[in-house]
Design a protein around this ligand. Structure first.
Ligand code: ZN
Length: 260
């Protein structure tokens, strides 16, 4: 099993990060993919990956909520890291659009997302996409990118028609399914039950959005198994079947991890 979206390098885990990794391993998580947020998170993320080669894998990108006036310079510096031939990054992310809390940098977010989506094509890397209250703009930006894109619409929480639109328009993408799938009133199980399993991957987005029975607590990568279990119930499959198919999806989406 893979946690395709974990911020376990963050300060929330400073007291017990190694223990949290041991718990993830003990619960069957075989690898953890780490999306970057901003320039400050690069070093903690990389040092975690260096301590756990073959288990933790870094991405490079600027999160939409961290886009400010200086986004161009930030992206220039980030791109330098990706332009190094033997760089360790397995994806561009996390990038995207978030118009939920704040639209101050709306135009900058759109432009920064477009630039980073173009990096993904140019570098042949998948894109880890964050999108909140922005389906229309998300489709517009990605549709305008020339070349073949692959990636994950992380923490998908939209409607069935939104899911279908994204999967139809962007055949190289999967939906990232997290703890929200386990919440009592969530419409997500109904949506997910109508999406082919070969278009889904599992994630935690830890430390946020812990699944039931840990809802409201700090989330961690070990808990991805609760979401996997719920996905099996929703799809009428065994946990092993869900694990096997979502692992195939991870291998297809993140070939660099398995190329060594
Ligand atoms: Zn994230």
């Amino acid at each position: 099993m893979t946690d395709t979206h974990s911020h376990i390098y963050g300060p929330e885990f400073d007291e017990d990060r190694e223990e949290a990794l041991l718990r993830a391993k003990a619960s069957g998580v075989e690898r953890i993919l780490l999306p970057n947020i901003n320039e400050e998170t690069v070093l903690p993320m990389l040092s975690l990956c260096r301590r756990h080669p073959g288990y933790c894998y870094p991405m490079m990108g600027l999160h939409p909520e961290d886009v400010r006036e200086d986004w161009r310079e930030v992206l220039d510096r980030m791109y330098e890291k990706l332009a190094v031939p033997a760089h360790p990054y397995i994806a561009v992310g996390e990038v995207g659009l978030d118009f939920y809390w704040d639209e101050t940098y709306r135009e900058e977010q759109l432009e920064a997302f477009r630039v980073q989506a173009e990096w993904a094509v140019k570098l042949g890397l998948p894109l880890m996409v964050h999108s909140r209250n922005a389906q229309k703009e998300l489709v517009e930006v990605l549709s305008a990118v020339k070349g073949e894109l692959t990636g994950v619409f992380h923490c998908f929480g939209g409607s069935l028609s939104e899911a279908e639109e994204l999967l139809r328009l962007f055949p190289g993408f999967c939906l990232g399914i997290g703890g929200v799938l386990t919440y009592k009133k969530s419409p997500l199980p109904e949506v997910v039950s109508r999406v082919p399993l070969d278009r889904l991957v599992l994630e935690t987005d830890c430390p946020y959005l812990a699944p039931v029975p840990r809802r409201g607590k700090r989330n961690e990568s070990a808990y991805v198994t609760f979401t996997a279990q719920r996905l099996a119930e929703v799809c009428g499959l065994t946990l092993q079947q869900v694990d096997e198919q979502t692992e195939k999806n991870v291998k297809r989406l993140f070939p660099k991890i398995f190329a060594i």
